[in-house]
Design a protein around this ligand. Structure first.
Ligand code: CP3
Length: 345
């Protein structure tokens, strides 16, 4: 690939600055996306490969980020397992959540053809994007996908039904995690076959259980997915949001890079994680909603020393962009990362 700052950084090739992109960069803050949403539902945009490809590339053209992330959603895995989902104003809602998983698991039926539109979108994006822009594929990590399948919605951020099942019926929980993991492996490795440059695994709900429980009961599933993708020579970024001190258990056996949430300072995270692991993150996305650019710039300046000393770092937010983030602020961050002299010798 021609001179991609993103790929070089993933491979450990020294570059003059960190690469920059944002989780949820395609929806939410882009006026052009909101315009498309007046005409099409989120689902229509996601299911139509041409439209999904177009939305994927909007942030590259309008924000100037170094990578494009596939426009899709982590919840298409439950759909491909036979669950009906609606994306509403209040977030995703399943018609029949797995509250009674014991009796419902046998009813799950994998239909991989429901994932075909993603592979078609990837082929189109590959043809349309410039060589120096990296293409990121993704899926949800097993525990977060489990939480949505059992709870059925995200109105209660504690996902009480999912956690109850997880503790009450560990064997049933493991069976469901196994089903999710199997399909995620197929989905992720097929994304690799369709030419993604890097894969990110989103474990947004890692912080809902104690980190030692996460390490014992979930991390083995994560490792199977990440290493299946890595066996295809596709590097992997793992985002275990809220895992806290548990990040010290994430090493190069699990992923190439770890994405750090906004609760840590990056130097703190760096000392906790194995030094071979690259780091991504971790600006608090809420700072992108403020009016005063000086405050934002001061926050950014806190990253100068870290960026000088750490070559295996990808600039990102500590969670996805938010609906009230301002487009000008997000663009300001991209321009700032690009124009700054990072003093790398
Ligand atoms: O990063 C990108 O821009 C690529 C596309 C992407 C979406 N969802 C599009 C989307 C990615 C990577 C995701 C991941 C995702 N989806 C996660 C993990 C990351 C995270 O942010 O925590 C989770 C938990 C979901 C589940 C989900 N999908 C929720 C809770 C919601 C509704 C609330 C919300 O966040 O907007 C969605 C819908 C969704 N997924 C939208 C987009 C652009 C909004 C749809 C719209 O109304 O336009």
């Amino acid at each position: 690939m021609a001179n991609s700052i993103f790929i070089d950084t993933l491979k450990g090739v020294q570059r003059e600055r960190p690469p920059v992109w944002f989780m949820r960069q395609a929806g939410r803050v882009l006026p052009s996306y909101l315009k498309l949403r007046e005409k099409y539902s989120f689902r229509e945009l996601m299911l139509n490969p041409e439209l999904a490809a177009e939305v994927t590339l909007l942030p590259v053209n309008e924000l100037g980020v170094d990578a494009a992330i596939l426009f899709s959603d982590i919840l298409i895995i439950p759909e491909a397992l036979g669950m009906d989902i609606k994306f509403t104003d209040k977030g995703p809602v399943f018609d029949h959540p797995l509250h009674d998983a014991k009796n419902q698991l046998p009813l799950l039926k994998t239909d991989s053809s429901k994932l075909e539109h993603v592979y078609k979108a990837l082929d189109i994006i590959k043809r349309q994007k410039k060589d120096d822009i990296a293409l990121i594929g993704f899926c949800g990590a097993p525990f977060t996908t489990f939480c949505y399948m059992v709870e059925g919605n995200s109105t209660n951020h504690n996902f009480p039904n999912a956690i109850r099942l997880f503790y009450n019926y560990p064997q049933i929980a493991s069976q469901l995690l196994e089903i999710i993991t199997e399909l995620s492996i197929e989905y992720a490795t097929t994304q690799s076959d369709h030419g993604i440059d890097v894969f990110q695994l989103f474990e947004t709900n890692a912080g809902l259980i104690p980190s030692e429980v996460y390490i014992e009961r979930i991390l083995p599933f994560v490792k199977r997915i990440t290493n299946a993708v890595r066996s295809k020579n596709t590097p992997v970024i793992f985002f275990p949001k809220g895992l806290g001190i548990g990040i010290s258990h994430i090493n190069f056996d699990i992923a190439d890079f770890i994405s750090i949430d906004w609760q840590f300072s990056l130097p703190e995270a760096r000392t906790l994680c194995d030094s071979t692991l690259g780091i991504q993150g971790n600006l608090d996305p809420r700072i992108l909603s403020i009016d005063n650019k000086d405050i934002l710039e001061k926050k950014l300046e806190k990253y100068l020393l870290f960026g000088k000393e750490n070559l295996n770092w990808i600039f990102n937010t500590g969670h996805g962009l938010m609906p009230d983030n301002k487009f000008e602020n997000v663009k300001f961050v991209v321009d700032w990362v690009k124009k700054t002299n990072w003093n790398r010798s």
